[in-house]
Write a new protein. Structure first.
Length: 722
């Protein structure tokens, strides 16, 4: 059957006219040389060569080739990702390698790379939009020291270091400053993914790293606005630079206004309609609208999407919005990293591999030094500084945006561009390995550099040596630490707290808490808080690495100390016990224990039986929940399961106001195997009471039966409508 118009070629020259007009408008808006009108294109919708005969200079996009290329891209990327997953390597690294394989200098399997580039533009926009969603403006004030001091110091130190080195190497100042911009940025996506997978976002090094990453993300705005001034370095005037920075300030102010007032109200009204479709359309409109406004200010589409995420992050419905965006983000992010890999010139990489590896190592080392020095400014110990610096040692995804704009504006040539691209990819690939090795690097560094108490010169960092005996040392002043301190204070048990969150330490000290800023891993700090005379150490910190080391250090300092450890996962229990912990409370299985205890109580299993099973689980360091057949505990578990299938005994209390007071035993619910064994009244027991026995307030009915029938009978007895 032939469809109407099948095989025909249609002239879509009006699309070219529209694009030309829009390109001219863009040129007027963004200034001379900002963007040229895109070249006209053709789309092949059928099996023919195009919609009309291609004119000289026009391009034809064959949709059949596009579909084929996308299938090839996804197939190769999936295969490489599976291989990398089995090797426990980063998925981002897999996508970058897949892109290099698919690219024109690799196997050359992709014919329509322009379509992949277009999808990559969407991918990076969605990536940066979700990064923006994770930036809560309300939390920026709480992290202002990490963001402004450490973040500003890291970016400034990196740019200045790169500038000095490149100027000495003969680079022009504009190119040196631009490369400094690129190298000062780290990968928010990779770092947060690794820390989230390890549950280390709330750790000391996780918090400081997030603060620095937030500053880097926000610093991209003035960086991109300053690129035109770098291009016109010789003729640029101070007034023009100040105007550019003023535009950045106005942009940030507009974002704050939108985030605080306009957007939350708009989304609140949309949510009231209870329509997912309208919400999705509204979010898409906000993303495109803010991205368009950002382009008017000379920023890129991806940068506009990032700003849109920041604006929406203050909404109460940010999690619902993120849930709708995340599935698409993951796919397009993969395409983005694949497209970055496709840009890599493999012959160039092969010819210059020793130099590129040397430069990559130098950049990683330099970024670690700059980031470590910035973290030390906040009085963190060397351990935190080294671990946090290692996580920030790579070149980030924002660098690709800067590089693309720098190439368009002529700030970097093909050779520096390929060098920077290869270095960025290599640093991203090795980041997970470096972060795995960070604890060992920190230990090695502390052997070289003497450990200090907290990292700074503040007097309150190191307390006077505590003379208290038989006290509790609390490491970590989060929710668990605060609750424990409150209970200890109420029961007059002496205690002292150690924490690395300087803001929390300052606030708690003003409230009268005996708290000190310091690293519980440091023997000097433990000595100052009286570890030798302490009775108990409670480790309630969110850093698994620091927790393990603190257990070992504390056990060496006081062999008789009772060490109680909170950990997130039960897999850590055996290692912590082996290191010297007396008791370990894993959050995930304590939650499961509480859940099954509540469930058993609902089925009226006696409390002493529930307590017995809880002790059974805890006494075997939770093996009964981790193993299919626990060593030595299989018989007990089988007996317990058999007990649940058998009948049980339960009491029912005739409370004041109960409808059963004044009624007889014969009126009680019967059947389903429920037996009234006895009636307990005051100090005597009436065995097998007669049906005519009248119930009085205070009586206790001893009932026997199966779990389900007994639960139904008790529910009926407790019903106020009887």
């Amino acid at each position: 059957m032939r469809l109407p118009g099948e095989g025909r070629q249609y002239d879509l020259s009006f699309l070219h006219s529209f694009r030309t007009i829009s390109g001219k408008l863009q040129g007027k808006i963004s200034g001379p040389g900002a963007l040229s009108a895109p070249s006209p294109g053709l789309v092949d919708w059928g099996s023919c060569s195009g919609l009309r005969q291609a004119a000289p200079g026009e391009t034809v996009i064959d949709l059949h080739l596009v579909v084929r290329d996308l299938a090839v891209v996804l197939a190769i990327a999936t295969g490489v990702a599976l291989l990398f997953g089995r090797l426990h390597l980063s998925v981002v690294a897999a996508f970058l390698v897949a892109g290099a394989i698919l690219g024109p200098t690799g196997a050359g399997l992709v014919a329509e790379s322009r379509m992949v580039d277009a999808l990559a533009e969407i991918g990076v926009a969605l990536l940066l939009f979700t990064v923006g969603l994770e930036i809560s403006l309300s939390n920026l004030g709480k992290m202002r020291r990490q963001i402004l001091l450490a973040g500003g110091a890291q970016v400034a130190a990196t740019i200045l270091s790169v500038l000095i080195v490149l100027l000495a190497a003969g680079f022009h100042a504009p190119e040196a400053v631009f490369i400094g911009f690129v190298l000062s940025l780290s990968s928010t996506a990779i770092v947060l993914k690794v820390y989230a997978g390890r549950m280390e976002v709330d750790s000391s090094h996780g918090r400081i790293s997030v603060g620095i990453l937030l500053f880097q993300d926000l610093a991209v705005i003035p960086m991109m606005l300053l690129i035109p001034s770098l291009r016109q370095w010789e003729t640029a005037q101070a007034s023009a630079v100040l105007l550019t920075l003023a535009k950045a300030g106005v942009s940030v102010a507009a974002i704050l206004v939108l985030a605080r007032f306009a957007v939350p109200r708009l989304l609140r009204e949309v949510i009231r309609l209870n329509s997912r479709e309208i919400l999705a359309m509204t979010v898409l409109c906000l993303i495109l609208g803010i991205a368009w406004i950002a382009q008017l200010w000379g920023l890129s589409l991806a940068m506009g999407a990032f700003l849109a995420g920041v604006v929406i992050s203050e909404s109460d419905y940010v999690h619902e919005i993120a849930a709708q965006i995340f599935p698409f983000r993951d796919v397009f992010n993969g395409v983005f990293f694949i497209s970055v890999g496709m840009l890599l010139d493999l012959p160039f990489l092969a010819r210059n591999l020793p130099l590129i590896l040397l430069l990559s190592a130098a950049i990683i080392a330099g970024k670690m030094l700059c980031a470590g020095a910035a973290i030390r400014l906040l009085d963190y110990p060397w351990r935190i500084a080294v671990v946090g610096a290692v996580g920030l040692a790579q070149v980030g995804e924002f660098a690709f945006l800067l590089l693309s704009q720098g190439v368009r504006d002529g700030l970097v040539g093909p050779v520096p561009y390929q060098n920077m691209l290869a270095i960025a990819i290599i640093t991203m690939v090795v980041t997970p390995f470096l972060m795995d090795a960070a604890p060992r690097l920190a230990q090695l560094w502390e052997r070289i550099v003497p450990a200090d108490a907290g990292g700074g010169d503040r007097e309150e960092t190191i307390p006077a040596r505590q003379k208290t005996e038989n006290h509790v040392i609390i490491a970590g002043y989060g929710m668990n630490g605060k609750n424990l301190a409150r209970v200890l204070k109420a029961t007059s048990v002496p205690y002292v707290v150690v924490d690395l969150n300087d803001v929390m330490v300052r606030d708690a000290r003003e409230a009268g808490e005996p708290i000190w800023f310091g690293d519980v891993n440091n023997p000097e700090i433990l000595d100052r808080v009286g570890i030798g005379g302490a009775r108990m150490l409670v480790l309630a910190i969110s850093d698994p690495m620091a927790t393990r080391r603190a257990v070992a250090v504390a056990r060496r300092a006081n062999p008789g100390l009772f060490i109680l450890v909170r950990t997130r996962y039960v897999v850590d229990v055996d290692d912590l016990i082996a290191l010297g912990a007396n008791a370990v409370i894993p959050e995930e299985f304590e939650t499961s224990v509480e859940i099954f205890s509540r469930a058993l109580r609902e089925y009226h299993v006696p409390d002493h039986v529930i307590r017995q099973q809880e002790e059974l689980i805890r006494s075997g360091t939770y093996r009964i929940l981790r193993e299919r057949v626990p060593p030595g505990g299989g018989d007990m578990l089988a007996e317990f399961e058999e007990f649940l299938r058998r009948k049980v005994i339960e009491l029912f209390y005739v409370a004041p106001g109960s409808p059963w007071a004044g009624r007889t035993v014969g009126e009680l619910p019967a059947g389903n195997g429920i037996v009234l064994l006895a009636l307990l009244r005051e100090d005597r027991a009436i065995i097998q009471p007669s049906p005519g026995e009248t119930l009085v307030v205070g009586d206790k009915l001893v009932l026997f039966g199966g779990h389900a029938p007994l639960a139904a009978a008790l529910s009926e007895l407790a019903s106020p409508g009887r």
